[in-house]
Design a protein around this ligand. Structure first.
Ligand code: SF4
Ligand code: SF4
Length: 342
């Protein structure tokens, strides 16, 4: 399909056009360095050039806290709160976050589909946007280019004067319908490249991870770790949760809540009787990295890390998932050389 062009000066008008028919969630600046996906009220507040948002669009499909059930003990009854489709436009989503949505879809739609996630996902339309990789991004190492349009209904590629518009689906056509955009006939601008890399493909990483159970990197990387769980909570592909029942002090009712949980948190592996089977931070770190590059990959053939760099950028202890993985790769290759020479 022919490309069109959106001048930078018309971006706010385009957002206002989308708002006529839909709720628009888009990145907004928060504080001096952070960005967050939020419902747009003022089109001028939308930021399309940003390194990454603190959290991803995951929160709209899997809220950090939600009530699954409300119960009334006196009436001996329970009600399930209604859940509505998100039915909105997500504007300015990077390709790795769209890849993360596809992974969440796999987790929640396959096997026994999860009702609340499935319901909320309905009606979501995505307008992807290209980005310039910074020192934390490494999506290229997991096969996700900054210009990858997969999953977008419309894709905006940065150009010095604005945005090259690719309309990719009938839903995308409906989104731009009624907003006049001139055709774009010039070549696309030079591609930007990643400065951060994981050096081996997933099929090789699988075996490296399988042989890394006793590697010293787990102890070393956990020395400064606070066990805060931030790396889990900002990750767009982490989907673990906890479910708890809360009974009112009057003991006549209560609710069942689901909240995000994470494998770096002590309570995550606590079982009945108070036993914690991943007490040591080193064991939790090993589990987290294996979840991203081995356990789910064994079943799906894909890494469950999309290379957004959020976990490293947000870690107050400066612990880098790329450095951990590259250390495993380096040591595995060194060992192979030694074994080969022997
Ligand atoms: S964010 Fe950093 S300090 Fe916190 S649990 Fe994760 S690795 Fe440890
Ligand atoms: S593990 Fe880190 S880099 Fe990978 S998707 Fe999660 S937050 Fe992003």
């Amino acid at each position: 399909m022919a490309q069109q062009f959106l001048e930078q000066a018309r971006v706010a008008d385009f957002v206002a056009h989308l708002q006529k028919r839909h709720t628009v969630y888009a990145p907004h600046r928060r504080g001096s360095r952070s960005y967050a996906f939020e419902a747009t009220s003022d089109p001028a507040g939308v930021v399309l050039e940003y390194p990454r948002t603190l959290g991803s669009v995951k929160k709209f499909f899997l809220p950090a806290r939600e009530t699954l059930l409300e119960f009334d003990l006196k009436a001996d009854s329970a009600t399930i709160p209604p859940v509505a489709p998100v039915d909105a436009v997500f504007l300015g989503v990077h390709s790795y976050d769209l890849a993360a949505v596809r992974r969440l879809d796999h987790n929640f739609l396959h096997g026994n589909p999860e009702r609340n996630y499935v319901t909320r996902r309905q009606g979501a339309r995505f307008i992807g946007v290209s980005y310039a990789p910074d020192k934390y991004h490494f999506a290229g190492s997991v096969g996700i280019d900054p210009y990858d349009m997969t999953g977008s209904d419309v894709f905006l590629t940065r150009h010095p004067d604005g945005w090259i518009v690719d309309v990719l689906t009938p839903e995308g056509e409906a989104l731009v319908d009624g907003f006049a955009l001139p055709l774009h006939t010039m070549p696309k601008p030079k591609r930007e490249h990643f400065t951060q890399h994981i050096y081996v493909p997933q099929d090789r990483l699988n075996s490296i991870m399988a042989n890394s159970h006793d590697h010293p990197v787990w102890e070393e990387s956990s020395r400064n770790c606070l066990g805060c769980g931030t790396c889990n909570l900002v990750c767009p592909t982490c989907y673990c949760f906890d479910v708890q029942d809360h009974v009112a002090v009057t003991v006549d009712g209560g609710n069942r809540e689901r909240t995000w949980d994470g494998c770096m948190l002590r309570g995550f592996s606590e079982v009945a009787g108070g036993e914690v089977f991943r007490h040591k931070l080193a064991a939790r770190q090993r589990h987290r990295v294996n979840r991203k590059f081995k356990y789910l990959s064994d079943a799906t053939g894909q890494p469950w890390c999309v290379g957004c760099g959020r976990c490293t950028a947000a870690c107050t202890a400066g612990i880098s998932i790329v450095e951990i993985v590259n250390r495993l790769i380096r040591d595995a290759e060194r060992e192979e050389q030694v074994t080969g020479q022997a």
